[in-house]
Ligand binder design. Sequence first.
Ligand code: PRX
Length: 664
Amino acid sequence: MSEEEGQLEARLEEQEEFEPSEEFVSQANVTDEGIYEEFEEDWPGCWEGAADLLDWYEGYDEVLDDSNPPFYKWFTDGKLNVSDNCLDRHLEERGDEVAIEWVGEPTDEENRTFTYEELHREVNEFAAALRDLGVEEDDVVTMYMPMVPELPVAMLACARIGAPHSVVFAGFSAEALATRMNAADSEFLVTCDGYYRRGDALDHLEKANEGLDGVDHDVEATVVVDRLGDDGHGHDLRDGQHDYAELVADHEGAEVEPVHRDAEDMLFLMYTSGTTGKPKGVKHTTAGYLAWAAWTSQAVLDIKPDDTYWCSADIGWITGHSYIVYGPLALGTTSVMYEGTPDYPERDRLWEIVEEYEVDQLYTAPTAIRAFMKWGKQFPEEHDLSSLRLLGTVGEPINPRAWKWYYQHIGNEECPVVDTWWQTETGGMMVTTLPGIKKMKPGSAGPPLPGLDVRIVDTKGEEVEPGRAGYLTVNKPWPGMLRTLYQNDERFVNEYWAEYSDTDSDDPEDWVYFPEDGAKIDEDGYITVLGRVDDVINVSGHRLGTMEIESAIVGVEGVAEAAVVGGDHEMKGEAVYAYVILEDGYEGDDDMRERIVGGVEDSIGPIARPEAVVFTPELPKTRSGKIMRRLLEQIANDEELGDTTTLRNPEIVEDIQTKVERED
Ligand code: PRX
């Protein structure tokens, strides 16, 4: 490092606040500080502006119907169609502009570009094909697909005909697919033969077929996209399975009138992990969700129609839904979609893509930024990144060092960094700086967006002093919020509202949403999110339920009991630590360890792979028999242990500690 660079790093290291550059501010979509006050004064009317970003067949009667909390309704009785909003309405002015710029992993493969007109055509053709296969309005269509352009096509085709989609991340296992199809009673599947990952042509259809074998009801039709061509694995399509390209060709030129959906009709389901072993089917609706995705894309990501914007998440997670597909396309911009990983074929792949497509905004995850930082600045330095105007992060807390590295080496100290806190359930961003207005504080996501009432409270619901750790709560509804858990209103109330609400009341003031995150707030109202306070862990920005992993481990022959916690991990944020008790007669050897890891991969997917499997004859338990997970976490993190005197079996703690040390 040169002396000059050294000085720069030292200066940045001490700097705690950063102002957006004048150049950025001069062109930003939102620049009036008064917006916070305006939204507070005109609540919930302030959200009319978000609804105005959309085209409606019929206007809505009321912005918010809060007569039956927490079952809020937004933009009541309005009629619209999401596919129309993301495609048709752009055709006249922007039909020839690129909607999706798709980059495959192999560098010698031609990229696929879809203009709005081309995307519109393919969505219409596929929508017609889905109808012919028997998909009717309100049927749930499952998509088990990697990052291929047919995934957004299928999502928009479903939206066009009013069939909610349920996208299952391609990295999830066959069993996870079956569980989700069963939970949603979904009779249709769109999947793919395979995809490329670090040079390998992965077989995806085999997993999809195995998943289909586990579905407990009849599946009417499956559509299979041929991604791999000659590199495919040669599966014959089964009865009831159709080739995507053939279907589209059979419906060439078809036009499907977008269905007029009610504002509150379901747009999609997304299964996410919670405290219990069973994934939660988060239900998002048409108007509120799209208005939220579009408004936040414009206000926070500063997207303009002429931009080339890139979110490097996977569409299998909420980030990809809201900020690869719906938000950007509603605004008529160009959204980049990349199939592969950042380190293939080299560690500069992302920067090569930013340079080639002159990307304006990049939205990625702290785990990726930590990897870039570890690989070194020489990789971004090989490329011209001057097209970048804004950087974003999402998914987990970002440590100030990684934030500053991103700001300095990717953004050249010219791009604001928006650290956006939100969740599958919130539909879109909730806590972050508005980049044209607010200063940034590395490590702190920022203030709540205008119009949101976010508070940091203690266990009784009283607001805590600035600087003190508490629990994050949202005290007023917002348009992008989940409406319920699919077919389970009771669980919806229990999971998100029961903690801080008076659940007998029908006064919305008595209802408080609890996202199960810990947080603190500073004197300026900036919120630092500390992480989950439930049994959910966050591995590389992927949300996993410890109970789900435990039940996968207990399903392995020879395992009697398991406890899973998240241990700190330099790159992944958190890693899975599994403490396992075996049945008599079984050995805690490498073979057993492999079977446990394999069991987790089969049941959930490789993302949930335990980093450490620790065999122990007992787990630390309280006198009432509850596993002391806090202790297990402290052991995983090599931290000083809290009070062990209330344990039934304190002697086991030291024993486990030595085992973990040996693993290291
Ligand atoms: O703990 C918070 C963390 O990710 C959780 C939500 O995960 P998921 O529903 O999968 O959605 C991820 C993408 C929106 C939250 O409860 N989280 C998300 N963003 C941040 C974050 N933690 C700290 N800072 C963030 N910016």
